[in-house]
Design a protein around this ligand. Structure first.
Ligand code: ACO
Length: 379
């Protein structure tokens, strides 16, 4: 029997701190009117200094795990899609694995810019269909505010922070992720880039002075690329799923710019009620934008079992990714209180265990060193 990869849980987290267009107009030469008209964005959420990418990812992951009603110990693999990881290494996914107590899970990060979440969804669905793994947690999490030059009006108005997550599980019931399309055009890599801090230009006083650790973007070219690729990628995913375009019930695009979304919707012949847009509240949250939009579409009653969804992302790389999903999850119910309490207990216990392992690793290293010293003296 073929295996299908179904989304069985979802969750999101956005930092509470809101930065409006008017707030931005106090620090850079811009206006609320320009930002609304050119992008559709009204405000964005910005992580506090205590909220890192892993912290946002963990909140969203816990939400998704609870709504899926799975035990973290049953998760086989964790993929975190991010362009703003906690560190160059270890992977943010490993930090999430530790924080949620998913002791059996492998974990890695996936970097495909704003297409990262759909790339991860496609990878996870492939692993499930190939019967390598059965339960996979995917998180899209970003703190792009840390990579933005807050004096560059061309980029600082666009981005926001947040995280969204889903749990995928294999089943023989038809449905779930029915097709995906992944693409890249590395010749456009320099159009959207953080040039400093990597192997080519390691961080140092010079890279900082020349602001190479900030996002540099050729907005006009990225715009042209996005309008070209979004509708095409959506059509390809629909075709691979064996559907017709008019079968789409909800289009969930990457939330970068309302004009880009409108142009794609027009090419796909989709009326506004079949297109999900929430970028006015969040700005472009990169790899987190599609899972955050999915969560809001579900909580807003825009998705019901049997619906045909299409997601499309595009971004740095340049990359693009689309997928067609037949929605099979029942409407979410409130998590019963006793279960919410046991989840909290489970996370507290896994935090305690993780701390215990760290202490035992230190003690082990200390004892080994003492034994080595004694042995060397005896020789
Ligand atoms: N406020 C006021 N004026 C501004 C601002 C601003 N925030 N930003 C730029 N301008 C000015 C420019 O200086 C320019 O002025 P000039 O004509 O006097 O020189 C004018 O507005 C037009 O600037 P353009 O950059 O040419 O404007 P454009 O029409 O391209 O719109 C925008 C800019 C909204 C950024 C658009 O290019 C866009 O959305 N591009 C796509 C960006 C995107 O989606 N990036 C994310 C990709 S996903 C990822 O992986 C992170």
């Amino acid at each position: 029997m073929p295996k299908y990869a179904h989304i069985i849980g979802w969750g999101k987290y956005v930092p509470p701190n809101v930065l409006t267009n008017d707030d931005l107009a106090k620090t850079v030469d811009t206006t609320d009117k320009w930002i609304r008209e050119m992008t559709g964005i009204h405000q964005r959420h910005i992580a506090s200094s205590k909220e890192s990418t892993a912290a946002l990812a963990v909140y969203a992951a816990r939400d998704a795990i609870e709504s899926a009603d799975v035990n973290p110990q049953d998760i086989d693999m964790i993929i975190v899609a991010t362009a703003s990881p906690e560190y160059p290494f270890p992977a943010t996914a490993c930090l999430v694995q530790n924080a949620i107590g998913a002791g059996r899970a492998g974990a890695f990060d996936l970097e495909a810019g704003c297409s990262g979440f759909v790339y991860a969804l496609s990878m996870a669905a492939g692993l499930i269909r190939g019967e390598m793994y059965n339960t996979i947690l995917i998180v899209g999490a970003e703190t792009l505010s840390r990579l933005v030059d807050w004096n560059d009006r061309a980029t600082c108005v666009l981005f926001g922070d947040g995280a969204g997550a889903v749990v995928l599980r294999g089943s023989e019931t038809p449905g779930g992720v029915m097709s995906s399309v992944l693409g890249a055009d590395g010749s456009g890599g320099e159009l959207l880039i953080v040039p400093g801090g990597g192997s080519k230009s390691p961080s140092g006083p010079e890279t900082v002075l020349s602001k190479m650790h900030f996002i540099k973007m050729n907005g006009r070219e990225v715009y042209r690329f996005a309008t070209r690729v979004m509708a095409t990628a959506a059509k390809q995913a629909v075709e691979r799923a064996g559907w017709a375009l008019d079968k789409i019930d909800l289009f969930i695009p990457h939330q970068a710019n309302k004009r880009i979304i409108d142009s794609a919707a027009k090419s796909l012949n989709l009326p506004p009620e079949k297109v999900f847009v929430n970028l006015e509240n969040y700005g472009n949250t990169s790899a987190a934008s599609i899972p955050i939009a999915l969560c809001e579409a579900i909580s807003g009653g825009r998705i019901k079992p049997g619906d045909h969804l299409v997601m499309v992302g595009f971004g740095a790389g340049l990359t693009w990714a689309s997928c067609a999903i037949e929605w099979t999850a029942p409407k979410p119910g409130a998590i019963p209180l006793p279960r919410a309490a046991t989840s909290r207990l489970r996370y507290a216990w896994s935090g305690f265990k993780s701390f215990g392992w760290q202490v035992s690793r230190h003690v082990d290293a200390l004892v080994s060193r003492v034994i080595d010293t004694v042995e060397r003296k005896e020789q």
